[in-house]
Design a protein around this ligand. Structure first.
Ligand SMILES: [Zn+2]
Length: 446
């Protein structure tokens, strides 16, 4: 097996990463014309394409600013590499030891927002291609780097891409962990809208992708609620004017391992006062984060069990609303699940609204793509890890025959979305080495 990467490739990759980190490419909800996601993201997209041009690629930017891509080589068949240049906000800058939008090499790592998610892995893949080009290899497939610009939010960039562009033959997305993810559950986020209430006011829960760790109630039923919570053995904290039901937060994809404070509050309150939204949660779901009562057991070998998270509950004098996050195993039928949920909700006068849906990802383990990428990873690292399935979501699922491949290693600390996000330099270098071999085998030896 040859090594494509030279010291110069490594050094240039780190310098280019610094340039890209300097763009504060965070979603701007009120962007100007031609920049659907704001100037920061636009600049980062243009900066990435500029870099691609320097590396010898042809570039294209969507005139409406939704996406861009860069290509090398020719041929009917395309290997797509799906990256993103947008990042999550820095959060509280006081929690950072270095400025979030100025990449700093400190010790063995490079720090800055986007170093791990996803500018670092993108740069590693770009310089991997550069190294294969420099080796004089003969490309039989076209390589296309696709840069989405709304990955951290609603994927509107890649939606536009798929409307306007032809699908690739195969691809990978370096926005996850090695060795690779061949199955990702379908993601269905739902709002159930119901009647107003003059008896109860509740506003609980937060982001749809998190199991709520607390739910607060204040009102005339506090004493009775307390009795119910005691009876159920649910943990809570009583204050002068409210009761705080406690739970355990975890990502929605792992909902059965969390404790849902909103569900617990609804179970307690529904035995005190009858409200459709409370009754729905208490009777149809309870504490079962697999939604078994609604759907039966939904489970498959490749992707595990369905997960069901009651993430939000709002009841007031105007209306009521339940926000739910459901992760659907790859073999399950989404339409059946929607039908069961609608039918159950209707019994409680709750109307179904599909808030967001991402179809699942599934590329068979014995496919050429999975086998080739797995072999490259195993040969380069000696790690015999198996391909994985996940309840999380990467761009890989936006295209057929595409998997998530790297760039975190099993021993890498996950700092994505956190203060002091960083990528160990050795991860940049070893992922470059793996990506180069993968590009060579998939595009030069077909
Ligand atoms: Zn990402």
């Amino acid at each position: 097996m040859q090594t494509f990467i030279t010291q110069q490739h490594k050094d240039e990759a780190v310098e280019s990463l610094k340039t890209l980190i300097a763009y504060p490419s965070v979603l701007d909800e009120e962007p100007k014309d031609g920049t659907p996601f704001g100037q920061g993201i636009q600049d980062a997209l243009e900066g990435a394409l500029e870099l691609c041009k320097r590396l010898g690629m042809e570039t294209y930017i969507d005139p409406d600013g939704y996406y861009g891509y860069a290509e090398y080589g020719s041929g009917e068949e395309t290997l797509a590499i799906l990256c993103h240049m947008d990042v999550v906000p820095a959060g509280n800058e006081a929690d950072w030891d270095t400025p979030p939008f100025e990449a700093v090499v400190k010790g063995d790592s490079i720090y800055g927002r986007g170093t791990q998610d996803d500018k670092g892995p993108s740069v590693a893949a770009l310089y991997a291609l550069k190294a294969v080009i420099d080796s004089g290899a003969n490309f039989e497939r076209r390589i296309r780097f696709i840069f989405g610009s709304d990955e951290e939010n609603l994927w509107r960039g890649l939606d536009q891409y798929n409307k306007k562009e032809k699908p690739a033959t195969m691809g990978f997305s370096p926005d996850s962990v090695f060795p690779l993810t061949y199955a990702e559950k379908g993601l269905l986020q739902v709002k159930l809208h119901g009647p107003k209430s003059n008896q109860v006011q509740v506003q609980a829960g937060g982001a749809l992708n998190v199991v709520p760790d607390q739910a607060i109630y204040s009102g005339e039923y506090a004493d009775e609620l307390q009795k119910q919570l005691d009876q159920q053995g649910f943990e809570y904290e009583k204050n002068d004017d409210h009761i705080r039901v406690k739970g355990k937060a975890i990502h929605s994809k792992d909902a059965p391992q969390g404790t849902n404070a909103v569900s617990r509050l609804a179970i307690g309150l529904s035995s005190v006062v009858s409200e459709p939204a409370l009754n729905f949660i208490a009777k149809e779901i309870g504490e079962d984060a697999k939604g078994t009562q609604l759907f039966g057991e939904i489970h498959d070998e490749d992707s595990g069990s369905l997960t069901f998270n009651v993430a939000q509950l709002k009841i007031n004098e105007d209306s009521s609303e339940i926000g739910i996050d459901i992760r659907i195993p790859v073999s399950a039928d989404k339409d059946e699940i929607v039908k069961s949920l609608k039918t159950a909700a209707a019994k409680y006068h709750l109307d179904y609204e599909e808030f967001d849906y991402l179809a699942s990802l599934y590329v068979p383990k014995d496919s050429d793509l999975v086998q080739t990428l797995l072999a490259v990873y195993r040969e380069k690292t000696g790690d015999q890890a198996e391909p994985m399935s996940s309840g999380g979501a990467t761009f890989a699922r936006t295209m057929k025959n595409c998997v998530a491949f790297g760039a975190m290693f099993p021993d890498t600390q996950d700092t994505m979305h956190m203060p002091n996000e960083n990528m160990p330099l050795k991860d940049i270098y070893r992922s470059m080495d793996i990506f180069a071999e993968a590009i060579y085998r998939l595009a030069c030896q077909s």
